[in-house]
Design a protein around this ligand. Sequence first.
Ligand SMILES: Nc1ncnc2c1ncn2[C@@H]1O[C@H](COP(=O)(O)OP(=O)(O)OP(=O)(O)O)[C@@H](O)[C@H]1O
Length: 367
Amino acid sequence: MSAVSTSATSSAATSASGEPLVSLRGLSKTFDLSPPLLNRMIERKGKSFLRAVDGLDIDIPRGKTFSLVGESGCGKSTVAKLVVGLHAASGGKIRFDGTDLTGLHASARGTYRQRIQMIFQDPYASLNPRWRVRDIIAEPLRSFSITSGRAEEQREVGRLLEMVGLSAQDGDKFPHQFSGGQRQRISIARAISSKPDFLVCDEPTSALDVSVQSQVLNLMRDLQAELGLTYLFISHDLAVVDFMSDYVGVMYLGRLVEAGPAQRIFEAPEHPYTRLLMDTVPDITMARRDRVAVTGEVPNPITPPPGCSFNPRCPLASDICRAQSPDLVAREGGTRVACHAVTGADGSSGRPGAAGRAPMELARGVA
Ligand SMILES: Nc1ncnc2c1ncn2[C@@H]1O[C@H](COP(=O)(O)OP(=O)(O)OP(=O)(O)O)[C@@H](O)[C@H]1O
């Protein structure tokens, strides 16, 4: 397990107390996929487990956006659900504003439920179709006793609708009377109604048309600046991540392979997987580099390969990569990278620091 902190993020922006708002340490989630005991006895099979998240270390400074990227199934949504308490962690800690949430009894989590809110991918599924928009937004106001009395509640709902670019009168309507982008605005109004500090945004724009995506992303950035919000942003769309992020963590099969300041990662990615991912995006600062498509399949997470999980697809893989899982190692520019070839643990002299480096030649026939 790689337990080296990706504290590229922690030095940059912290509160007056010097602490990042959110710190994940060794966060892990294993799903037990075993069939019932009787079936296992009949089929003479053992238990089977899927390690969806494996020892994740992340710091998210206040008022900043940390994005998790990676291919489908790498564990991004599981991290989101762990952070908001929809999954219980199998190991590790989630510290929020100095408190370890994993050690808290459910009854003591109330305050944190108010301070940590989630925006889901699908605005169609996340809004109750039978409720008027005003009741959808008022519900957190009531449950967290944020407003007192009906008149104040209605004023607050109107104010929130206007903040997200809708009108107070839209509160009378039902969700089906709105477009996808407008529904996501309603989801955002509901999410900020409890006056949270931290929003976990799981693919918030991927169900929207491209033209609408940028409007919603701009709204999220404006609200972040206005309300001082901190975001954990989950996306597989690198162009969106490039637009939104202060920090990026690249995940592969439940682990971080590279993390650090977004600008650095987009301009000079070091891990072969990050570089392959970047090559799939036409317009991100990578135009000058040779392009190599991400090919090959992500291995079955129930039976991951020994050593580095990326080794079967990696053009730089050597013996050590097939035997030993790499730890995250600090690199120039505040990033951390888990790759034997980059850090030189494979017996090579390692790759030079990203700055001023010539484009890395990657084998074109990535298996
Ligand atoms: N409740 C669950 N029970 C069993 N396995 C699960 C569960 N939730 C997720 N998984 C598995 O955990 C792994 C990580 O899934 P997760 O949804 O977190 O990935 P992701 O990166 O968010 O992918 P996507 O972008 O497709 O949502 C996958 O192999 C998935 O099948």
